[in-house]
Design a protein around this ligand. Structure first.
Ligand code: NAD
Length: 308
């Protein structure tokens, strides 16, 4: 296949570029570097199966030639980033998604959208199944991200119903691994950077909020299986192993053999109290299950941060 990966210089996008190339597909990565890094794709630039186009998907983008699949992974993804770039995030998750859907329609390509567990907001059910409609604050500071993703899902379903585009929606739960930006403020890069530097590890709130962390190689396999399946409705991809943020900080301090202490700061607005994917659909429809244990994935990620 010729696969277009929007957000290809980002954390997940660059792992997808590697994965598709390893499976002998051709990849066109599109990115405007708002939160991505050239280093993530540097090793691919001389590969004949890889092409990079610097472009903003929320502007009019034209891609010549045959495209079989469009994967939309472009969007600032960490709360620190989308609060810093609110309008860019809204435009990317609205105009950007519409532009790429139109491209997929014209090229008769499949379209896969990287949605998020944030469409469930601060959920009132745990774990979260795909049928749950969510508890989202439409005017809070996180809404530029959450509502853009919800708009994108609506746009995807419109192109499926009204134009017959072969669409897929993956609802991604917290994913981590090498290639993350150490300064993007997400819990794992933040805790690892603090622990490696011997600085206090900052946990927001009481630290009793829960998250479920999926290693990037598991996520990438799930995305590939979804793209290759015929399933048109949203599928959660994540690791259901749920832990508190305090436990996460303690594990990272142990694995880095750090002397850092945990300190507590005020909880940001609308921070979800719990997050755990119900992955029944992914198991049944895609025959997908995560298999990297948290401590193993963290060791790989710590190794990456040490190498920077
Ligand atoms: P990231 O910030 O590392 O990657 C996003 C990439 O998109 C960056 O390279 C950025 O420069 C690019 N981008 C942003 N706006 C763009 C635009 N208008 N035009 C072109 N490129 C643009 O984040 P990530 O963690 O790799 O997330 C990738 C996708 O997966 C995002 O859509 C995100 O919402 C989704 N997602 C990620 C997670 C996670 O845990 N990592 C969880 C849920 C959803």
């Amino acid at each position: 296949m010729n696969v277009l990966i929007a957000g290809g210089a980002g954390f997940l996008g660059s792992h997808l570029c590697d994965f598709f190339i390893s499976k002998n597909h051709k990849v066109i990565a599109v990115d405007n570097f708002i939160t991505g890094k050239k280093e993530n794709i540097k090793h691919l630039l001389k590969n004949k199966k890889f092409k990079f186009i610097k472009a903003d998907i929320s502007k009019n983008i034209k891609i010549p030639g045959k495209i079989d699949a469009v994967l939309n992974f472009a969007s600032p993804a960490s709360p620190k980033d989308y609060i810093k770039y609110p309008l860019e995030t809204l435009k990317t998750g609205s105009l950007g998604t519409l532009n790429l859907l139109e491209l997929a329609r014209l090229k008769k390509a499949k379209f896969l959208f990287a949605s998020t567990s944030e469409v469930y907001g601060d959920p009132l059910v745990n774990p979260q199944p795909e049928e749950y409609w969510g508890n989202v604050n439409s005017i809070g500071i996180r809404s530029v991200y959450d509502e853009a993703k919800r708009f994108s899902e609506a746009a995807v379903m419109c192109y499926l119903r009204d134009y017959g585009v072969k669409t897929r929606i993956v609802r991604i739960f917290n994913t981590y691994g090498p290639g993350m930006n150490e300064k993007d403020g997400r819990a794992i890069p933040e805790f690892i950077s603090q622990a490696l530097a011997g600085r206090p590890v900052t946990v927001f709130g009481s630290g009793r909020q829960t998250r479920s962390f999926c290693f990037v190689s598991d996520l990438v396999k799930g995305v590939y299986k979804l793209l290759m399946s015929d399933y048109k409705y949203p599928v959660n991809i994540g690791n259901p192993n749920e832990i508190t943020l305090k436990e996460l900080a303690e594990i990272i301090i142990k694995l880095t053999a750090s002397k850092s202490k945990i300190i507590y700061k005020e909880l940001p607005q609308d921070d979800p109290k719990m997050r755990r994917p119900d992955i029944t659909k992914a198991k049944k429809i895609l025959k997908w299950l995560p298999d990297v244990q948290l401590e193993d994935g963290l060791r790989e990620t710590i190794k990456y941060f040490k190498s920077l």
